[in-house]
Write a protein that binds this ligand. Structure first.
Ligand code: B12
Length: 206
């Protein structure tokens, strides 16, 4: 069924994706596994877009389908983890409006008992730091999909340092260009390249 879901997502066959997801939920597959398969399908959509087989409207369609998937899986994210004390500030960095990945992470964290302040997309480094200061968050999650926006992620870390908050806040980054090198360049504490790593990271920091 995994291949079928991946193919249906890549083919942008909304009805098939949603019925497969419902069947997988009934068969006891976890929301995490399902979301990860859908993410791989969206990546194939991205490749087809780069090759010129798909158009912008197709990318937007992939977003619509993914939101439908999230609506189905969300009630099935059952957590035994109690409400976590410290809030998390999340957002997509300045200049970047990609939010599918960030929204999945926010959905998951909320379902697992974290209090998340979602600042949305195109969030300036100053706004991140103000939100951290205002909420007393000890974790900030930054999503970045565009390589040329990585510098602004570093700016968040630098501003936290200047504000004397760096030691009090764990910086977690994720998104398409993120890897060990980007983590080191930005000065972040952790990075995640897929949804399955996200909970581990936030749990060990929370
Ligand atoms: C869908 C998409 C769009 C949609 C976005 C819709 C939306 N609401 O998000 C639209 C059409 C708007 C779009 C626009 C653009 N896009 Co675009 N887009 C994509 C695409 C195909 C998929 C991204 C996606 O949603 N993936 C699915 C989600 C679920 O996965 P994810 O984002 O990786 O998130 C997961 C993990 O990374 C992680 N994660 C993500 N964030 C975080 C944060 C934290 C804290 C943690 C812990 C984890 C975490 O967990 C998530 C769940 O597993 C990618 C290709 C790709 N392979 O990624 C290109 C891509 C990101 N886009 C790209 C580009 C260039 C653009 C445009 C500049 C195109 C243009 N010429 O206009 C614009 C930029 C607009 C802007 N200012 O931001 C490039 C970036 C290249 C680069 N290296 O910089 C890519 C890589 C395509 C490519 N191969 O060229 N795009």
């Amino acid at each position: 069924m995994d291949d079928k879901l991946l193919t249906a997502m890549a083919d942008l066959d909304e009805d098939r994706v949603l019925s497969l997801v419902e069947a997988m939920i009934r068969a006891g597959r976890t929301p995490l596994e399902i979301l990860e398969l859908c993410k791989k399908g969206v990546e194939i959509v991205g490749v087809k877009y780069s090759e010129g087989t798909y158009y912008l409207s197709d990318l937007i369609m992939s977003e619509e389908i993914l939101r439908g998937v999230m609506r189905i899986v969300e009630p099935h994210i059952v957590s035994s983890i109690p409400q976590h004390g410290s809030p998390i500030v999340m957002g997509t960095i300045e200049g970047d409006i990609h939010d599918l990945g960030k929204n999945i992470v926010v959905y998951l964290l909320r379902s697992y008992g974290f209090q998340v302040y979602d600042l949305g997309v195109d969030v300036s480094p100053q706004k991140f730091v103000k939100a951290i200061s205002d909420t007393g968050a000890s974790i900030v999650g930054i999503s970045v999909l565009l390589s040329f926006c990585v510098g602004s992620v570093k700016k968040v870390v630098d501003l936290l340092q200047e504000a004397g908050l760096r030691d009090k806040v764990k910086v977690v980054i994720g998104g398409y260009p993120v890897n060990q090198l980007v983590k080191e360049y930005t000065g972040a504490d952790y990075y995640a390249s897929d949804v399955t790593q996200v909970l581990d990271i936030f749990d060990c920091t929370g």
